[in-house]
Design a binder for this molecule. Structure first.
Ligand code: NI
Length: 167
């Protein structure tokens, strides 16, 4: 396994729309294993393929405290959503910045596993936030897109300052 380089905003490649996965082979399994390793190494709770510059509909997540509940979704689709929640989100492509985003409380998702088998799950709370956030990446969207221009500008300025300080 190996860790993959994570693209950081404002890298324009984060705006790429991912294509569906059609081949479920050893290469895909290796890629998912590398995504897990990359997510855990970065202490992230989710990672979309877009963030490692692979433009296929693949995401991984683990919202558990013990980091032992890995979930990989290939070609995820939201079938139903309801309710509303506000959650403070962060993103491995936006180091050091966090912001409240409003999303659906519950989502019903259809996806495939690494073997191409159908997965049907209903999740709520933080895991529902995570899946919606990662699915946005696959559509070329990022969480700061939901913020007001003023708030977004402030956060991006802060991120830039931190990046310069650590360079
Ligand atoms: Ni993210």
């Amino acid at each position: 396994m190996s860790t993959l380089a994570i693209l950081e905003f404002p890298d324009p490649r984060l705006r790429t729309v991912a294509a569906p996965v059609t081949v479920f082979d050893a290469e895909l399994k290796q890629f998912v294993a590398d995504m897990y390793e990359t997510m855990y190494a970065a202490n992230g709770v989710g990672l979309a393929a877009t963030q490692v510059n692979v433009h296929k509909r693949v995401l991984v997540a683990d919202m558990s405290d013990d980091r032992n509940a890995p979930l990989a979704l290939i070609n995820p689709e939201i079938l139903e959503k309801d309710g509303q929640q506000v959650y403070q989100e962060g993103c491995l492509s936006f180091p050091g910045i966090y912001a409240d985003v409003t999303r659906a409380l519950r989502v019903k998702v259809r996806a495939q596993d690494v073997d191409g088998k159908e997965i049907l799950i209903e999740v709520e709370g933080p895991l529902a936030v995570c899946i919606q956030h990662e699915m946005d990446h696959l559509a070329g969207k990022v969480f700061v897109d939901y913020l007001s221009p003023l708030k977004r500008g402030m956060l991006l300025k802060r991120m830039e300052k931190q990046r310069k300080a650590s360079a």
